[in-house]
Design a protein around this ligand. Structure first.
Ligand code: BMA
Length: 842
């Protein structure tokens, strides 16, 4: 029997050398404990981050008492298992040191058999500040490159701790400490399951699971293994084997396998598999997982001058659509299962099928991957190296990293959603080379082509390994931006040369694993962490929350290329979102049109760590930015897009179809004036083959613009299937700031549609571009069914509003505003006034 006793729960926390302590929670961290005890202000509010830096410079001690009974002490082996210690720790039990830790990403086990006693015991975990160590390394060791502009306050590469903790270009520097995952006692005598690896053979419509089991044995007693696979509660296979040395293999063939597919390609059936180790009829140890029957591979095939790059699920290539994931909080204990569920469901809601866990954070909690398995989100998993050179010339560093990789590969390899292991983030993008201040290729290769590659092929043999993102497999590896092979991070827009959005259309990349543009979270999110007089975009506080150097200026610069100067801060904040949405849409539409040359776009970034201007499409409170609503459209399985050319006045209409079925539909192309007068409408029957991108038609607006004036013309397309609009799009031939928009008279009616659900119906007399609904109520949390859409005369739009139940809806309705582009720069109108929303139906 495997005996387990959790030590999580209430602990005490004291500063090193202090006589007093505070109540602490494990799993947790120093900052959340201090915050709860009222010892520090909220580090995310205003510029409090500066006030709490002292915390990371001190030592902190966690302690508690716990009872131990005879049952546990009777076992031969008693271990203390720590699933997460952040980061430099010494662990003492009853005053005796049982071990130490120096790596956030590892699981630690200490033998405590001889130090435990019956009755009350004490555990003390002492955490040391990492700052002196970094200073020492910096002084004594070789200089290591780090991208300073990312905002990291220290040379984080010396320490195996999330790079994010040191500050990033979207988040604060809060180098916390603590016991951040489960800590428990584990005791056993006979043996334990040391390692279970399940591989899958997909052949002739059947799947054979091979279960390779290794044991840690302490006796010579005869042991048996019982392997059982079940689906939806019913056993579909069972095998028994006598343990014979190491690597016992048990095979089970599943006759009628239900395959697991990425979202949009099929269902996500999960099988239960369990391996029970038995001595006679009693259970010695057990291992249980949910697995999916599938093969996910990254396939790169030679093509003229380069290589393709596409993921395949069960042999079927798919276009990867997704976003990059960053740590959701500096303090991991605050990221609840509900938050993970909400974010990942939101990714699915925006038609994503892939998520990249970026290498500057940490390997996520189990719940994250369980949700991805359930939802069909393929995980591109980076190892934890980002934007710096690492000391791979030091053997102790390599050994530490190897252990960390083995721990995590073994933990995560059975997840149905796991799609790729990737060595690092952006090291091949100019940090490796022969210059003195770079990481030498020799060291780089030892770590990323050596150690990590080998860990993956040994422990996760059915997954592919990609050394770094980006990586150029054909030709000059130093040229990370090469578009003939491998993935790219397309930062020509926003970073580097600050190219216009249109520049995305010049890219011939195979796979784009990063690109993006910043925006602010919506006003009420920023109002939550600033005072009313601190909200001007280039004022101190708004720039304090901006961590990308010159970021607010960059946003404004691009904004003025696209839009008239908005009339006030509130409008500016919203317009940053619209701008971001338009920018990312330009990129994604182009790369989707380029399939099969390009087979993936993963924008930077899905989520946020705190409230501030960042590249995210969902803010720190889970509120969708304009980009997220727009992503749902531009990532739609079947999507129509426009390539307009302001110079030639030509346009192309494209459709992409990611599904496995041909789409036959009706394409409607309408040209109308900014007053809403329809100039011409044409209709075409179109066919879009499965898994393809097609130029449906092209045309010129020259005649029309000659008659009506280019500033007065809008081009609108709709794709209908069985009479239903499945995708629509709009383009103009001047930037929106130069359109002669009219002041729309909006009509809005709100009515109840269910418990806590309201229906806002909108109509307009002239085109109202990019309409959005917001509530000025700071306290009510609400969700909208759609937002940031164009409203056309003669067509009404319905926005579903879901609010917390106990809200007084009549009051809430008064706080609602419907805005549109015109209202952001025309000062005489302030969107629709509350009294204009008809409450009659309430
Ligand atoms: C890339 C990422 C991140 C960064 C982002 C935005 O460099 O890998 O490190 O946050 O771009 O600058």
């Amino acid at each position: 029997m495997m005996y387990q006793q959790s030590l999580s729960g209430n602990w005490r926390l004291a500063e090193e050398g202090a006589s007093s302590s505070i109540q602490a929670t494990v799993p947790g961290c120093v900052h959340t404990d201090l915050l709860r005890a009222g010892e520090i202000p909220d580090p995310y509010d205003r510029d409090n981050e500066k006030e709490v830096q002292w915390v990371s410079a001190r030592g902190w001690e966690y302690s508690r008492e716990f009872e131990v009974g005879d049952e546990l002490l009777a076992e031969e082996r008693v271990l203390l298992l720590c699933e997460g210690l952040d980061t430099f720790a010494e662990v003492l039990v009853n005053g005796q040191t049982v071990g130490s830790a120096n790596n956030f990403h590892r699981t630690w086990e200490y033998d405590v058999k001889d130090v435990l006693k019956k009755g009350s015991n004490e555990i003390l975990v002492k955490f040391k500040s990492i700052i002196p160590f970094i200073t020492k390394m910096d002084e004594e060791e070789r200089k290591m490159p780090v991208w300073k502009q990312l905002g990291a306050e220290h040379r984080y590469q010396w320490i195996r701790k999330p790079a994010t903790h040191f500050g990033w270009d979207w988040g604060p520097c809060l180098m916390t400490m603590g016991i951040f995952r489960e800590i428990k006692l584990v005791a056993y005598s006979e043996a334990r399951l040391d390692d279970v690896l399940v591989t899958q053979e997909h052949q002739n419509g059947k799947v054979t699971l091979n279960v390779i089991t290794n044991l840690e044995r302490h006796t010579q007693n005869e042991l048996t293994l019982e392997v059982q696979v079940s689906f939806a509660g019913k056993a579909v296979g069972k095998e028994e084997a006598t343990v014979a040395g190491d690597g016992t293999v048990t095979s089970i063939t599943i006759e009628d396998p239900q395959l697991w597919w990425p979202a949009g390609m099929g269902d996500q059936p999960l099988y239960d598999i369990q391996v029970v180790l038995k001595k006679e009829s009693s259970e010695v140890d057990a291992w249980r997982r949910k697995i999916g029957l599938r093969v996910i591979r990254l396939e790169c095939e030679d093509e003229a001058g380069g290589q393709s790059m596409a993921f395949k699920a069960n042999g079927v290539p798919f276009f990867a659509k997704g976003a990059n994931w960053i740590p959701e909080d500096n303090f991991l204990d605050r990221v609840t299962d509900e938050i993970y569920r909400e974010r990942l469901q939101d990714a699915i809601a925006a038609n994503m099928n892939m998520i990249r866990i970026w290498g500057g954070g940490y390997f996520e909690q189990d719940v994250f991957y369980n949700l991805c398995d359930e939802l069909g989100l393929v995980v591109w998993q980076d190892f934890m190296f980002a934007c710096a050179g690492y000391p791979a010339h030091k053997q102790d560093f390599l050994d530490n990293v190897e252990k960390e990789a083995i721990d995590n590969v073994k933990r995560l390899r059975h997840h149905a959603s796991l799609g790729l292991w990737c060595g690092n983030n952006e090291l091949e993008m100019g940090l490796v080379g022969d210059d003195e201040d770079m990481m030498p290729w020799k060291d780089y290769k030892a770590l990323f082509d050596g150690v990590l590659q080998e860990v993956v092929s040994t422990y996760s043999p059915e997954h592919d390994y990609w050394p770094g993102s980006p990586h150029t497999p054909v030709g000059d590896r130093n040229n990370a931006h090469a578009e003939n092979s491998g993935d790219v991070h397309f930062w020509n827009v926003w970073h580097w040369e600050k190219k216009p959005f249109e520049f995305y259309r010049t890219s011939e990349a195979r796979f784009v694993s990063e690109f993006g543009f910043q925006s602010f979270p919506e006003p009420r999110t920023m109002y939550d962490c600033t005072r009313p007089d601190e909200r001007n975009l280039t004022g101190y506080m708004m720039e304090f929350h901006q961590r990308s150097k010159g970021g607010n200026t960059t946003i404004l610069q691009y904004m003025l290329d696209w839009f008239q100067l908005p009339k006030d801060t509130h409008s500016i904040l919203w317009m940053t979102q619209l701008l971001q949405g338009i920018g990312v849409k330009y990129g994604v539409e182009h790369w989707r049109r380029s399939r099969p040359r390009c087979m993936g776009t993963i924008y930077w970034q899905l989520n946020d760590i705190w409230a501030g201007p960042t590249w995210s499409s969902i803010d720190t409170y889970g509120r969708w930015k304009a980009l997220h609503y727009m992503a749902r459209d531009f990532f739609a399985p079947v999507s129509v897009s426009l390539v307009e050319d302001a110079e030639t006045l030509m346009y192309e209409v494209w459709a992409v179809n990611d599904t496995s079925k041909k789409v036959s539909g009706e394409l409607e192309i309408a040209l109308l004036t900014t007053s809403g007068e329809v100039i011409q409408t044409t209709s075409h029957s179109v066919e879009v083959a499965a898994a393809s991108s097609v130029l449906l038609t092209e045309g010129s607006v020259e005649d029309v613009t000659n008659t009506y004036g280019v500033r007065d013309v809008l081009l609108k397309v709709k794709l209908r299937q069985d009479g239903e609009v499945i995708s629509e799009n709009m383009a103009s031939f001047v930037k929106p700031k130069h359109l002669t928009l009219r002041d729309p008279e909006l009509q809005a009616n709100i009515s109840q549609a269910g418990e806590g659900v309201y229906r806002l119906e909108l109509q307009t007399d002239v085109p109202a571009l990019w309409c959005w609904v917001e509530s000025l109520d700071q306290k009510v949390e609400y969700k909208l069914s759609n937002n940031f859409f164009h409203l056309w005369p003669g067509e009404s739009k319905v926005v579903g509003i879901q609010v917390e139940r106990d809200v007084d809806i009549a009051e809430f309705a008064k706080s609602l505003r419907v805005q549109n582009l015109y209202n952001t720069y025309q000062i005489e109108k302030n969107g629709i006034q509350p009294q204009l929303i008809s409450l009659a139906a309430l």
